[in-house]
Design a protein around this ligand. Structure first.
Ligand code: DHB
Length: 308
């Protein structure tokens, strides 16, 4: 079985979409619900709906993707209303709600609304959007992150996790883990896209916003994703679980994320390229690897990476 648990919630499968892919509206989210995925996360919602950056703003390449979407979303109320409806029609399932404010004040407004609502799922606070001009990735500023989480946990009592950008320095892993260990986080999600890459074809950039700079996903980023999952697995309180995201094209990639410590694995670029049938394919590939190795559950190998 590839069942898993995050916080107190059980999931029939350890795969789900990554925020931003197949999660813009009810139609896309329903396709994920009806696939082999264990659950979904919504597109990161802001207080007001947003149309996002000018197109073209997403481009597939042989080894992955580049995007600068700019947080296009239907607004907080749309996703909350749908999640509340799903709690009635699917009482046995738990879904994730991704959020961030366009300002600190907005983030608190959003999280207070979630706290006061009947939402009983899991909230993912996006600290790592690389694509809104003039807005730095929050999680690259440790002091801002610590102050934000201090304020949030003064009123927010529901399960909460954070979506992180990749870090590239051991000292940054240490500093970030020290901050996260001060809070009752349910999970961290490693990693968002590698921010501000540049893809060129025919002497030209391939996306319009920011003269072509955008977040890189897919095969390019697996080593960075695995390093982040494992670095935090070794540093965080065991009560903080890890969602592994980045470079999952096959069951082998998912196996490696779990070996590094992931309790759930998300598909972004691969889901965008292949559609929701990717969940069944990759689940079957992971199950075949587990069968061959004699592993019955993901707990049998989670975090058990071998060193030389
Ligand atoms: C967008 C991209 C991200 O990587 C993210 O975390 C949030 C939003 C975007 O451009 O829409």
């Amino acid at each position: 079985t590839t069942k898993t648990k995050i916080g107190n919630s059980e999931f029939r499968n350890c795969f789900m979409n990554a925020a931003g892919v197949y999660c813009y509206d009810k139609n896309e989210l329903e396709q994920v619900i009806n696939s082999a995925a264990g659950t979904f996360v919504t597109k990161t919602a802001t207080l007001q709906s947003r149309s996002g950056n000018p197109e073209p703003r997403y481009h597939d390449t042989a080894l992955g993707s580049i995007n600068s979407m700019g947080l296009p979303n239907l607004g907080f109320d749309y996703y909350l209303d749908y999640l509340l409806e799903l709690q009635k029609t699917h009482p046995d399932r738990t879904f994730f709600f991704s959020l961030v404010g366009m300002s600190t004040e907005d983030t608190h407004t959003l999280l207070k609304k979630v706290q006061e609502s009947d939402f009983n799922g899991i909230t993912e606070l996006n600290l790592s959007c690389p694509n809104v001009p003039g807005k730095p990735q929050i999680a690259y500023d440790m002091e801002t992150t610590e102050n934000l989480l201090t304020d949030i946990f003064s009123y927010f009592k529901k399960p909460l996790g954070v979506k992180l950008p990749p870090y590239f320095d051991i000292v940054h892993f240490d500093q970030a883990a020290t901050v996260f260990n001060k809070f009752p986080l349910t999970f961290i999600n490693c990693v968002n896209s590698i921010g501000n890459g540049l893809v060129i074809e025919d002497e030209s950039v391939v996306i319009k916003p920011k003269n072509g700079f955008g977040g890189i996903g897919g095969e390019y980023i697996k080593p960075t994703a695995l390093a982040n999952v494992h670095a935090f697995y070794k540093r965080l309180n065991p009560s903080i679980q890890i969602i592994g995201t980045g470079g999952v094209l096959t069951g082998q990639d998912a196996f490696e994320h779990i070996l590094c410590g992931a309790s759930m694995v998300q598909l972004g670029t691969t889901l965008h390229k292949e559609g929701p049938s990717a969940f069944e394919r990759i689940t079957n590939e992971l199950k075949a690897i587990m069968d061959k190795k004699g592993y019955k559950t993901i707990e049998d190998f989670k975090g058990k990476l071998k060193y030389l």
